[in-house]
Design a protein around this ligand. Sequence first.
Ligand code: ITT
Length: 212
Amino acid sequence: MNVMQRILIATSNPGKLRDLQGAARPLGLQVECIPNFANLPLVVEDGQTFEENARKKAEEYSLHVRGEVVLADDSGLEVDALRGEPGVHSARYAADEPHLADANTDDEANNAKLIREIKKIPPEKRTGRFVCVIVAAQDGKTLATFRGKAEGVILEGPRGTNGFGYDPLFYFPQIDKTFAELSAEEKAKYSHRGAAFREFLAWYRVNSALGN
Ligand code: ITT
């Protein structure tokens, strides 16, 4: 049987949606943004961790689609020599301190700031990782939390035109490419989001009609 199963995600970030759709498609699953997402009241991401923010988004947005399992993704880039920054502030790294929770800055400005900061660090110390936490919630309650990461090196100039966010500055030694040089299939295979989504799927197969 080949029934397309639909999974809802609460995100304003088209890059995340594309990544998840890329990871889901080969499995015959469909990932869609929750209906009317742009008109829902914004959830303020003021948590100290990816988990807190993902949980807050999943729980609050799931109240708008009662009875459905809703996913939220909170993610970012941790640079070791920058004490884990931009981290939970990844979407608003270029904003003035204290990186107010409702003030996202654009990818270009965030990347320009990362380039300025990484140039101050010796090349051999430019390690970091993308982290993704996905929370599944229903009717305002968290059902489960999933985590994925991808280890790499931060470049001081962009490479590649695919992807979004910090992808052009994130070099992934395992296949000698930046994340902006990956196809949708490769990003699903190697990325933090692909890893977290696979964990979700393993859980979903057991906990939903998919497993029947
Ligand atoms: P939503 O909260 O609406 O989902 P957002 O963009 O505000 O969208 P986050 O608060 O989780 O999401 O911020 C994540 C930021 O981390 C994102 O804007 C990128 O700058 C960066 N990021 C996360 N995953 C990434 C990836 O796969 N490639 C490049 N950058 C990524």
